[in-house]
Design a protein around this ligand. Sequence first.
Ligand SMILES: NC(=O)c1ccc[n+]([C@@H]2O[C@H](COP(=O)([O-])OP(=O)(O)OC[C@H]3O[C@@H](n4cnc5c(N)ncnc54)[C@H](O)[C@@H]3O)[C@@H](O)[C@H]2O)c1
Length: 298
Amino acid sequence: MKILVTGCGGFIGSHLCEKLLENHNVNIVGIDTFIGPTPESISRQNLKNLLLHPRFRFVEENLETINWEAYLQDVEYVYHLAGMPGVRSSWGSDFQKYVINNIDVTQRLLEASKHVPLKKFIYSSTSSVYGETVGKVSENARTEPLSPYGITKLTGEHLCHVYRKSFGVPTVIVRYFTVYGPRQRSDMAFHRFIKNIIQGKPITIFGDGSQTRDFTFVHDCVKATASVLYADGVIGEIINIGGKERAPYWISLRKWRNLLVIRRKWFLRKKQSGSRSIRGRISTKQKNCSLISQKLIS
Ligand SMILES: NC(=O)c1ccc[n+]([C@@H]2O[C@H](COP(=O)([O-])OP(=O)(O)OC[C@H]3O[C@@H](n4cnc5c(N)ncnc54)[C@H](O)[C@@H]3O)[C@@H](O)[C@H]2O)c1
C-alpha cells in the first residue's frame, strides 16, 4: 500500500509516518521542505528514524512548485499535513505564507489528485475553524474562525469538499485539538513553557491563563489519524480528533513547574487578538476514532 504524506518532517507528520509504517504493507513517500515555525535543524531531526527505514522515501521539495505527476503514481492514500501552522503569526505581514501554504498548495494537490484513483485523501485541519465556543463541540458546530490561520485552514476544507463533489476526490477531514508531546513545534505553548522553565527564564502567558484547551497527546492523535485509513464510511466526513485532557493553561503550567521543581516569575500579557477561549471541547467522534484505532493496533 503506497501512501503519500506531506509535511512528513513536521511535528505530527513525522509521528504519523512512524505509526503508519508499523503496518508492514505500507510504503511511504514523504515530502517536506522545512519551512514551518520550527528551526530547520530541529525539523530535520524529526526525520532521523524515518530516513533509516527501508519502506520510507523522503522527497525534499516545496509543494508550491512540485511536479505532482512524478510522486502520485500508484499512490492509494494521501495524508496532507503540510501547511503553515500557528494562530498568532498568521496576523500581519506573514499572512501571505498562510495563503500559499494552506490554500494554494492544497488546491494544487487536489487538482493533481483528481487524475489519480485514490482511495482516500485525508486533510489535517484544526479546531481553530470553530472559533470561540463554550461547551461540547461537535463536527456540525458552526465554523467561525477568529484568526487568519483558521480561515486559511477552513478554506482548505472547502476546497476538499468541492473537489470531492465535482471530481470525486475521496476526501476526509480531520480536525486536531492542540497537540502536545515529543517534537512539539517550538512556537507552541508547552514547548516554550518547558524550555523557559529549564533555562530559568520568565514565562509569558497570553490572556490570564484561564483559557482551556482539549490537549491531545501526539501518539493518540496519530493513532486516530492512522486509523482513518482503515475506517469504512468516512469519505466526505469531518472527524474531530481531541484528547481527554482538558485544562486551563495556568493549571498545565503549574503541573510543568512542579514537575521540574523550579519556581519562576510568570508574566501575564493582555489577551492577544485571535487567542481563543474554548471551554469543554469534546469530540463526538472521538469514541469512533479510538475504536478504529484499536482495529489498527490489534
Ligand atoms: N500541532 C497542532 O496542535 C495542530 C492543531 C491543529 C491542526 N494542526 C495541523 O496539522 C498539520 C501539521 O501541524 P504540525 O504542528 O505538525 O506543524 P509543523 O510545522 O511541525 O509541520 C508542518 C510541515 O509542513 C511543511 N510544509 C509546509 N509548507 C510546505 C510546502 N509548501 N512544501 C513542503 N513542505 C511544507 C513544513 O516544513 C513542516 O515540516 C498542519 O496542517 C496544522 O495546520 C496542527
